[in-house]
Write a protein that binds this ligand. Sequence first.
Ligand code: AMP
Length: 548
Amino acid sequence: MENQNGASSAYAYPLLIKNILLAPVAYRADEEIVYRGSLRLTYADFRERVARLAAALIDRGVRRGDTVAVMDWDSHRYLECYFAIPMIGAVLHTINPRLPAEQLIYTIEHAEDRLILVHRDFLPLVQSIKGRIDSVKEYVLINDGEKDRPQVPGVEFSGEYEELLAKAAPLPEFPDFDENLRATTFYTTGTTGLPKAVYFSHRQLVLHTVTATASLSSINSGPNFRDEDVYMPLTPMFHVHAWGIPFIATFLGVKQVYPGKYVPPALNALLRDEKVTFSHCVPTILGMLLKDPSAAGMEYSGWKVIIGGAALPKALASAALDRGIDIFAGYGMSETCPVLSFVRLRKEDLKLGREGQVAKRVRTGTPMGLVQLRVVDSKGKDVSRDDRSSGEIVVRTPWLTQGYYKDAKNSEKLWEGGWLHTQDVAAVDESGSVRITDRLKDVIKVGGEWLSSLEIEDIVASHPLVAESAVIGVKDEKWGEIPLACVVVKEGAELTPHKIMEHVKGYVDRGVLPREAILLRVAFEDSIAKTSVGKTDKLALRKKHGGE
Ligand code: AMP
């Protein structure tokens, strides 16, 4: 930096994850962090446990630059790992335990995990991969308060989580180091081929936290996140740091509730008993919660929910509003830490009728602070703001993965031309609000015209007898590709392809859907395939119906 005669002893404050903890511990020390409704910690207790975990890991030989992996349900322990592991300069690898064994082994080896903290429920996974991984030196058991001590033949645990914490003297101080040090890593499996590792530095996570906090807490009307809120994640903590929201909740010093394994009746009970006001999830999780018998008679008003990870279907938004849920969409991806944009409602939006409100709430929203988001055509030119012209979303922010770890070829592709390519197709309206219409891979090309699978999906899902649906492109001799709606019918209901077609045709006649949509075919399914993070698996659907 240019010499401006600053004091020789001035402190060049690094943006480190440890500093997220300063304010809440100083002025919200008594606020609670709750696990499954049974265990309650204060922020002061939490800070002490982070210091104990850090000391325990150092005792186990973990050093700066080592990778420490976690396999746990959503818990206060996971939150402790979010802080303690990066705070000693190690890298937190949040393992996706739903990966098939071969991919799991690949990710653990590729990340060079040195130590794995593993919940007892995931021991069968450890059993299936043991002896096939060289990098892992130790496993620490998370026994979750159970009395019996499970065994995995051939695997020696170097300790149990609570016992290690109890034995360790809290680390008195956390070191300063370069804010660009890698803090977290995890794998994305969205496409074919091997999982790809994204990674984020302390600086990136702090900037993501501070910007998202400012952006969310500054909203006046509609959904906002403030210090009176009670937070509970419904996105697994292994997936993109639960969208980074646990860092934001901690920074705000709000009451936090961690539900353990997602079991709908238990989740509904926690929402009610702990008076949760702020959550986030993929559409399928909210759908599952609302459908569960435990949702009958539940009072959801006052609960704000960000839906992301996939488009928010209009039918779900409407059902949620009926139940009093303040629902709105947010957007991001593994490569982007993840938050890029979310819906901000204005006072006048809240006066709109149901249909108008739903249309606003399901959009992809406007970029939050520091996000440079463009929608560009194939020549890299910004598309017109007419809400119809579409192109790919490309972005720049301070918190984007700088590449895929140890994968130069895909890194270059991701960052072609100095912009991160999201592969998401979108349109922009005149106010700058973005609306995703597809993934590049999911776009249906009918006679050379791009048809949005999401727009048709929304219409099919709005049929009162449809429980679930997904629209994909399938090969067609005449048109190249035509849309196919995979439909799950509501229990006990009877529906024919013709009835769905009539429903869709009504929207084509009214000019809501383009003409090509009348080429839609319908396939009835028992269920719709989901990915390991609970999203519709269009790749699997295309394979099933003769594509790819
Ligand atoms: P992942 O990397 O698994 O978090 O998936 C990120 C992808 O989810 C994005 O690239 C989008 O395709 C999709 N996605 C996330 N949020 C939205 C949204 N609000 N609307 C439509 N698609 C979304």
